[in-house]
Design a protein around this ligand. Structure first.
Ligand code: FES
Length: 122
């Protein structure tokens, strides 16, 4: 008799034999540990694992820039940057741009105003 349980069981066994590697990332001034494959795009780790939604998924092919983050002060497109290539670099997302007093960075203010404008139009 056909059963989906019979199909999924060997797959689960293989997953347990080969656990995913852990990466310690320096994100917005703190260390975060994630379990993921080395070729996972940094954008997916930021949004899905760390719940940082500042970087957006736009095109996924390095064309729109909506996933931009700063890595060691340089603008980097995170949808094509693998998490395995980040190493000890310091990553700053949109959330990390505000200062300690909570005052928004000019980029954050511009995005907030744009969002308010878009809501007002709809
Ligand atoms: S999602 Fe468009 S450049 Fe990354």
């Amino acid at each position: 008799m056909f059963s989906l349980n019979n199909l999924s069981f060997p797959y689960l066994r293989i997953q347990n034999q080969f656990p995913m590697p852990k990466y310690t990332l320096h994100i917005n001034g703190s260390e975060k540990v994630v379990d993921t494959e080395p070729d996972t795009p940094l954008l997916y780790v930021l949004r899905d694992d760390l719940e940082l939604n500042g970087p957006k998924f736009g095109c996924g092919i390095a064309q729109c820039g909506s996933c931009m983050v700063l890595i060691d002060g340089n603008a980097v497109i995170s949808c094509i940057k693998s998490v395995g290539s980040v190493g000890d670099s310091k990553v700053v997302t949109l959330e990390g741009l505000a200062n300690e007093n909570g005052k928004l960075h000019p980029v954050q203010e511009a995005l907030w105003k744009n969002k308010q404008h878009n809501v007002a139009i709809v």
